[in-house]
Design a protein around this ligand. Structure first.
Ligand SMILES: NC(=O)c1ccc[n+]([C@@H]2O[C@H](COP(=O)([O-])OP(=O)(O)OC[C@H]3O[C@@H](n4cnc5c(N)ncnc54)[C@H](OP(=O)(O)O)[C@@H]3O)[C@@H](O)[C@H]2O)c1
Length: 356
């Protein structure tokens, strides 16, 4: 099977290197680069050259950011190419419409690498929903925020100190807003919940970051034998669901509170299978490229599972009710949506505890 890569950064280069070492019957015919950066026979600056090549069956979109990535995905699907994307920001920006466009053109849009990197998270959701009804999802899906919280937990360091170290180690971007503000997890939550619940979910849901976390706040949780992790939390009952992203208050002995360094841990509960947990490298060139190549192998073998967001879902904030902890030490019961709105209005930190 001949493919093209859109983007030649960390993930794109890993896909190329892994396929060079283990070709798997997949050949990279073209690589799209920015204007002025195309060097060598495989590289092009012209997307049309890829889209009009009948030999290229699939396009791997590993660009950064929403645009032009989302437009390129649309153009590739409309040109009858399968698309494999790792780009959660682009996918989440128009998720139901992109899946519908793929179906309209009789091609597949696959995106295992977009949530949880090398962890077979979405594939497991797709498999579970063949028979089970998924009733809840929760997950540490951002390695940078986990690295910061784990280092604060174990080494008693302050937020700013750990963030600087994470940036030096390359775990955190120079602009860490998407990671610590919860927006990266928002994109992954939108994709994960849509798949798990079988329908489009509202794009507006509570997102609370950890920008205002400090050692003093975390120490208060430690004194109660608790810890924090930035998490996606979601519950569903029939056609109603709630979802949010927030620093979650966890028992110190829980699996999630002990996820180390930049690892991810996500779980879902199926009505029949019960709770399943998935742990591993949620990012990094090779683990992410591995997930991309597994999607390509499904296309090569025609074993990809169709994804249809056909159910009508209703957002019901009451399904995520619990205790909110504010920066000043006060706490209050409520829905995550109410507590998040109160924290936003007061410009303060919120952590949230609920049974899930
Ligand atoms: N890295 C990870 O661990 C990881 C894990 C899961 C998912 N992802 C997702 O995978 C995607 C790629 O990640 P990455 O880490 O490989 O990012 P990256 O290293 O920043 O690479 C992005 C690539 O896209 C290229 N690019 C951006 N805009 C372009 C345009 N208009 N035309 C042509 N090329 C363009 C960049 O070109 P220049 O080099 O010229 O800037 C670069 O080669 C992202 O969406 C990311 O969210 C990454």
């Amino acid at each position: 099977m001949k493919i093209a890569l859109l983007g030649y950064g960390t993930v794109g280069k890993s896909v190329e290197a892994l396929l060079a070492a283990h070709p798997a019957g997949i050949e990279i015919k073209k690589i799209l680069r920015r204007a002025g950066k195309a060097r060598g026979p495989l590289m092009t600056e012209d997307l049309e050259e890829i889209l009009q090549d009948p030999e290229i069956e699939a396009v791997v979109e590993v660009l950064s950011g929403t645009e032009p990535a989302c437009s390129y995905i649309r153009r590739a699907l409309s040109a009858g190419k399968h698309v494999v994307s790792a780009n959660k920001a682009a996918l989440a920006s128009d998720f139901p419409a992109l899946l519908a466009l793929a179906e309209e053109h009789g091609v597949s849009l696959l995106f295992e690498a977009s949530c949880g990197g090398g962890i077979p998270w979405l594939e497991s959701i797709k498999k579970a929903v063949l028979f089970d009804e998924i009733t809840s999802l929760k997950g540490i899906l951002n390695g940078t925020s986990n690295y910061i919280l784990d280092s604060m937990d174990r080494f008693g360091l302050d937020f700013a100190e750990v963030l600087k170290k994470a940036q030096e180690l390359g775990y955190a971007e120079a602009d860490p807003t998407a990671d610590i503000g919860g927006f990266d997890v928002y994109n992954k939550a939108l994709i994960s919940c849509s798949l798990a619940y079988g329908g489009p979910i509202e794009t507006e849901f509570p997102v609370c970051g950890m920008e205002q976390l400090n050692k003093e706040i975390l120490d208060r949780f430690h004194q109660e034998g608790k810890s924090l992790r930035l998490m996606m939390l979601s519950r569903r009952e029939g056609s109603r669901y709630a979802v949010g992203v927030v620093p979650a208050v966890l028992p110190g002995g829980s699996i999630e509170a002990n996820v180390r360094e930049n690892y991810n841990c996500a779980s879902f509960t199926g009505s029949v299978v019960g709770e399943l947990k998935f742990y591993g490298q949620g990012a990094g060139g090779d683990p992410t490229a591995d997930a991309v190549i597994q999607d390509l192998i499904q296309l090569r073998d025609h074993t990809q599972r169709p994804v249809r967001l056909s159910k009508k879902l209703i957002y019901d904030e009451n399904l995520l009710t619990g205790t909110g902890y504010f920066a000043d030490g006060s706490r209050r019961e409520g829905t995550l949506a109410q507590l998040a709105a109160a924290a936003k209005e007061a410009g303060t930190f919120l952590a949230f505890e609920c049974a899930l």
